[in-house]
Design a protein around this ligand. Structure first.
Ligand SMILES: [Zn+2]
Length: 143
């Protein structure tokens, strides 16, 4: 069986009832690390699927293969490299949820360069809406 794509994993957790425990930062429109909320790029891709495919995130098992964890979306999270490297191997998924709850948020890069070398607008991570570049910017606290 092949591993689900990053987009399939993101969609699974978006709808999942354990979303708040395992993917508190998840927003389908803006790919980010499930554990720390970091995202590195605002790719100029047309679809969320394409953005997730391109995101520098890794598929991480909640329960590792070595402990019998399957390659299914409910056992896979999308993590940045530091989170993936730091996350211990758990036999019990609830321990992963607790680890995520204590994981500090990592600041995201604010501006990435588009294909054409122009800076892209900073996007609000929760809403996915581009922030206005003018001073009349709204500030929304993340929930
Ligand atoms: Zn992370």
């Amino acid at each position: 069986m092949s591993m689900p794509s990053k987009w399939e994993i993101a969609q699974f957790w978006e709808q999942g009832r354990n979303r708040d425990e395992f993917a508190p930062h998840l927003s389908l429109v803006e790919p980010c690390c499930f554990a720390c909320g970091w995202f590195s790029e605002c790719w100029e891709e047309k679809t969320p699927r394409a953005r997730w495919r391109r995101a520098r995130l890794e598929r991480a098992h909640i329960v590792p293969r070595s402990l019998g964890g399957p390659d299914t979306a409910d056992n896979l999270l999308l993590l940045c490299r530091p989170c993936h490297e730091d996350s211990p191997d758990w036999a019990d998924p609830r321990q992963m949820a607790r680890w995520i709850a204590t994981r500090a948020e990592r600041p995201s890069k604010e501006v990435e360069t588009s294909r054409h070398g122009l800076p892209l607008p900073v996007r609000h991570q929760s809403s996915g809406m581009p922030l206005p570049l003018s001073p009349r910017s709204r500030t929304r606290k993340s929930e």
